[in-house]
Design a protein around this ligand. Structure first.
Ligand code: PRT
Ligand code: ZN
Length: 296
């Protein structure tokens, strides 16, 4: 029997595609890329990539066809509702920080809005029928749901709906269609999920290793290595200013008995304000360096 290969599903073409692929490649996986194919072979690891529509990813994970998959929380929740499994959840391994958006309820700009109860008896256009129905139920509002697969935002001006529930990131599309957001149904971002299938020992270890590398890539993105010179008396004060810093390495400086060099890893974003505070505390020669890789 041939050895099992880990199957990972990502969106073929859309908002999550580039970030998903970049993330996997930054974990060291090299794929034999093939433009038109839906299946890419991992050349240096026992991994196969499936390139599919984002809506198919939760199904592939729930049915045990794929072992890992990246898609939005919105799509995952909608899929579970669509399958009649509202109590179930896919195992979320890592929240990835990209694909951030919210599923929002919007109405025509000029229309009054006091509460969600105003929608009783109205028609709401959406591609997210399950999430919309769940939200209306939660608020005990009875309204009609008009299912549309795209261009939801034009439904009110076309007269086919009184309100919409759609994804929003910048809000530009709503504004362009003279709609205003009145309630948030769900916030979402891309997540790495685990499938429900069985894995042999080697694949299971590989999966754990990949998840650790992905966590490492995300941590490295935020983290910075900071090097500076400090007056000896200000070591503690300076260490306290650095955001989420490890215990610093403190080194002697040749010919400068009152000063030391401090090196430390900061696990959160280092802002200009931090540098200004460091300077005020007496730090000089402050260098902030990017971290390329990080494990744990
Ligand atoms: O073909 P396939 O089915 O794979 O792709 P798709 O067209 O269904 O999805 P795609 O690529 O548009 O989005 C994939 C995922 O990205 C979504 O499921 C969300 O998790 C996430 N995401 C993040 C978004 C947005 N931001 C977003 N702004 N998905 C869609 N939009 C659309 C929204 O529907 C609206 O039309 O962008 C418009 C609003 O954007 P703003 O910036 O004008 O507010
Ligand atoms: Zn889709």
């Amino acid at each position: 029997m041939s050895a099992q290969r880990l199957k990972i599903a990502i969106q073929k073409s859309g908002r999550l595609s580039d970030d998903s692929l970049k993330l996997l490649e930054s974990c060291g996986i090299q794929f034999a890329r093939s433009k038109d194919k839906l299946f890419w072979y991992g050349r240096n690891m026992s991994v196969d990539l499936l390139l599919v529509r984002d809506d198919d990813i939760p199904r592939l994970l729930l049915d045990g066809v794929c072992d890992l998959g990246i898609c939005g929380q919105n799509v995952t929740r909608e899929c579970l509702l669509d399958r009649g499994e509202p109590g179930k959840a896919l195992a979320a391994e890592v929240a990835l920080g990209f694909g951030a958006c919210r599923l929002a309820l919007a109405i025509p700009e000029q229309q009054n809005f006091n509460s969600i109860q105003d929608l009783a008896g109205k028609r709401i256009a959406t591609s997210y029928v399950g999430l919309t129905a769940e939200y209306l139920d939660k608020h005990a509002v009875q309204a009609g749901i008009v299912e549309l697969s795209g261009s939801v935002e034009i439904a009110p001006s076309m007269g086919t709906a009184d309100a919409i529930v759609d994804l929003v990131s910048t809000g530009t599309t709503l504004r362009a269609n003279h709609l205003r957001e009145v309630a948030e149904v769900m916030v979402s971002q891309a997540v790495l999920y685990s499938g429900t299938g069985q894995l042999d020992e080697a694949s299971s270890k590989l999966k754990t290793r990949l998840i650790q590398r992905i966590q490492g890539v995300l941590k490295a993105k935020e983290s910075k290595y900071v090097m500076l010179h400090a007056p000896k008396h200000a070591i503690q004060q300076i260490a306290n200013i650095l955001p989420a810093a490890e215990a610093p390495t403190v080194l002697k400086l040749d010919g400068q008995p009152d000063k030391v060099a401090m090196h430390t890893l900061c696990r959160e974003t280092v802002f200009w304000e931090h540098l200004e505070e460091l300077q005020a505390a007496g730090a000089t020669a402050v260098l902030v360096l990017p971290v390329e890789k990080m494990l744990a």
